[in-house]
Design a binder for this molecule. Structure first.
Ligand SMILES: [Zn+2]
Length: 310
C-alpha cells in the first residue's frame, strides 16, 4: 500500500467524453439526463472517504437492472452502459477512442512519473500493469469511469482483490489516493524457519511478512491488515524476498570477498545503511526489501547465516 497522486482530472472530464461515443441517440440522452446524479454520487464518495466511512456508500437501487422471466438481467438495459463506458471506450486502446483512452493511460502513467514508486499501489512490489476499480464497477456502476475510483495496480493484486465491496462488519481496504500511511513503518518480517536441503547440502531461509500491531496509526491498523490479507501481499512479497535472500544475499554473506569477513557489528550497520538508502531512493519505508534489511540490521550474531555449507 503506497500512496499515489490523485489524477488531475475528474468525472466531469471523463464522463462527457465517454458518453459522446455512444451511437444510440436514446441511450446517449439517458446518460446525459443522469449526468448530475453521477456527479453527485462522486461527491458522496469523496465525503464518505473524508469521514473514513466508505462502507456507508450505498449500492443504489436506482441502478438495479430488472430481471426477465428467466431470472436474467437485460444486457441492453441503459444501466449496463455505465460499465460499457469503461469497457468500450475508456480502457480501449484504439485510435478512435483516444479522447477517452488517454485518461486511462494517464492513470497508469501518473502512478509512474508523478510518484517515487513505479510500483503497484497495493503491493509496492510488482510493476503497474492495469487500472483497478477500487470499488467494483459491477456494483458501483456510477464509478466506472470516475478517476477517484481508478488506481494503478499490478495484475496479481487486481486478481486477488476480486469484486471487493466494503462492508459495515469488516475494515475497509486502504485507498491508494486518500489514506496516507507511507510515513509510518507498518510492515515487518521475521524468519519463519530454516530448511535444510540435504541433497544440496545447504539451508534455505523461509520468511513471513506481517503488519505490525501499531498503537498509533493515521488510520485503523485493521484496515492495513485486511488489505494485506485480502490481496495476499504476504505471498507476493515473500516469494521475491526469499528468492533474493536465498539466491543472492546468503552467498554474499558467506563470500570472503563480499560480506563474509565483516564483523557482526559492521554487518548490522551495513544493513541499516542499505535500508536507509532504499528509502531515500523512493522505495518507501514499507517496501519488502527495506523491512528485510531492517530485520537484518537488528541481528547481533550473523553466524546463523554462515552455517551454510556452500
Ligand atoms: Zn500489486
Amino acid at each position: 500500500m503506497f500512496q499515489k497522486p490523485l489524477p488531475d482530472f475528474t468525472i466531469q472530464d471523463t464522463y462527457p467524453v465517454c458518453i459522446n461515443y455512444i451511437d444510440d441517440a436514446g441511450i446517449k440522452q439517458y446518460m446525459v439526463d443522469i449526468q448530475d446524479h453521477v456527479y453527485s454520487q462522486s461527491e458522496k464518495y469523496l465525503d464518505l472517504i473524508r469521514q473514513s466511512k466508505l462502507e456507508e456508500l450505498d449500492i443504489p437501487t436506482i441502478f438495479n437492472i430488472p430481471m426477465d422471466v428467466n431470472g436474467k438481467r437485460s444486457k441492453t438495459h441503459e444501466n449496463n452502459w455505465f460499465v460499457k463506458l469503461y469497457k468500450y471506450y475508456f480502457s480501449k486502446n484504439e485510435q478512435r477512442y483516444v479522447d477517452a483512452n488517454q485518461f486511462y493511460n494517464r492513470i497508469k502513467l501518473d502512478g509512474v512519473v508523478n510518484n517515487n514508486s513505479k510500483r503497484c499501489c497495493y503491493c509496492n512490489n510488482n510493476k503497474i500493469e492495469v487500472v483497478d476499480h477500487f470499488l467494483p464497477e459491477s456494483k458501483y456502476i456510477f464509478l466506472a469511469v470516475n478517476p477517484i475510483n481508478l488506481v494503478p495496480a499490478c495484475e496479481e493484486c487486481n486478481d486477488n482483490k476480486l469484486a471487493y465491496s466494503p462492508s459495515r462488519t469488516e475494515p475497509v481496504l486502504v485507498h491508494p489516493y486518500f489514506d496516507v500511511i507511507d510515513n509510518i513503518s507498518w510492515l515487518d518480517v521475521q524468519i519463519a524457519e530454516r530448511v535444510e536441503l540435504k541433497d544440496e547440502k545447504k539451508y534455505i531461509y523461509v520468511f513471513e511478512y506481517f503488519v505490525k500491531d501499531l498503537v498509533e496509526c493515521p488510520i485503523d491498523i485493521q484496515r492495513i491488515k485486511k488489505t494485506f490479507e485480502k490481496l495476499k501481499i504476504n505471498d507476493n512479497i515473500t516469494f521475491d524476498a526469499q528468492n533474493f535472500f536465498n539466491t543472492e544475499l546468503i552467498y554474499e554473506l558467506n563470500d570472503p570477498e563480499e560480506l563474509g569477513e565483516l564483523t557482526d557489528q559492521v554487518l548490522a550497520l551495513h544493513f541499516r545503511k542499505k535500508s536507509q538508502k532504499l528509502i531515500v531512493q523512493g522505495y518507501g519505508i514499507n517496501h519488502w526489501k527495506v523491512a528485510l534489511y531492517k530485520m537484518l540490521s537488528n541481528f547481533s550474531n550473523f553466524s546463523y547465516f554462515k552455517e551454510n555449507p556452500l
